[in-house]
Write a protein that binds this ligand. Structure first.
Ligand code: GLP
Length: 267
């Protein structure tokens, strides 16, 4: 696993956006096949999305041959609800870049058959040959997508009940009213994420510091589902300094030194 530590949120966001742009452009130079990009919601990726929009508008990247699959969606609120992940993605990214609407895939939390909706999502990902790069964030309890603590580390796309901590964390988007926060969601599984060719997690702020420690320094554990990334052949975590506060000084130095060596080799 690679841990990239940037000074602040802005540095983290810019680094990730630049990385995504390079991936899309390199892929385009090699093949006509679409680039398949997994995407998260949440406040953490917003800076990355802003930078991607900037890169797209300045002609440095095009999303016209990019297929996206979002990680998750709430069940129980309409698609056009201000806090649905559909609305979030269209408002914060898709409506501002040159992506074809039919290339956007987001789970439908209002589908008549939610189990089938999840199965179809897995089939569609496979039909495209899998996900090239899955971007993600983490919850303060270390969950990825909506794979709450205790989720199977081989789970696939499915319905998931959200725990109290996640509901409380997400109440900030629902006027701080926990009773308005959906308690069920559709989410890709940990196994679905691990199947991607590459996984990149963004981790920002003190509130994620304990989770980052469990993901980086502690053994793989279903109570911190992000720790499953230790099994992935190509996982990168990009964080800011604030998120490293629970890591050992030696761990921070170790990964910073590795990245310094990497950048020297890249020159
Ligand atoms: C929700 C989403 C996750 C996201 C997490 C953190 O639980 N399902 O995909 O990583 O929130 O969100 P934020 O970035 O706002 O802290």
């Amino acid at each position: 696993m690679r841990l990239m530590i940037k000074t602040d949120y802005s540095g983290m966001s810019e680094w990730v956006a630049h990385y995504v742009v390079q991936k899309i452009n390199n892929h385009k130079a090699e093949t006509d096949k679409p680039f398949v990009l997994g995407l998260p919601t949440g406040s953490t990726p917003l800076g990355t999305y802003k930078a991607l929009i900037r890169y797209c508008n300045s002609g440095n990247v095009s999303f016209n041959n990019v297929i996206t699959f979002n990680m998750d969606e709430y069940v129980g609120i309409p698609k056009n609800h201000s806090q649905s992940y559909h609305t979030f993605m269209w408002d914060n990214l898709f409506s501002k870049i040159d992506i074809e609407p039919e290339n956007v895939n987001i789970l439908d939390g209002n589908a008549p058959d939610l189990v089938k909706e999840c199965e179809d999502y897995e089939h569609k990902i496979n039909a495209y040959g899998g996900i090239d790069l899955f971007l993600g964030g983490i919850g303060s309890d270390g969950h990825i997508a909506f794979n709450e603590p205790g989720s199977s580390l081989s789970s696939r796309t499915r319905l998931k009940t959200l725990n109290n901590k996640t509901v409380m964390d997400n109440a900030r988007f629902f006027d701080e009213d926990t009773s308005q926060v959906p308690t069920v969601a559709l989410t890709v599984g940990v196994g679905t994420i691990l199947d991607a060719n590459e996984v990149l997690l963004l981790v920002s702020g003190h509130s994620k510091a304990l989770a980052l420690r469990h993901i980086i320094e502690e053994p793989i554990n279903h109570m911190w589902t992000g720790s499953a990334l230790q099994l992935h052949k190509k996982a990168i975590i990009v964080c800011d300094d604030d998120a490293t506060h629970e890591l050992r000084v030696g761990t921070v130095r170790y990964f910073k030194e590795l990245e310094e060596l990497n950048s020297v080799q890249e020159i």
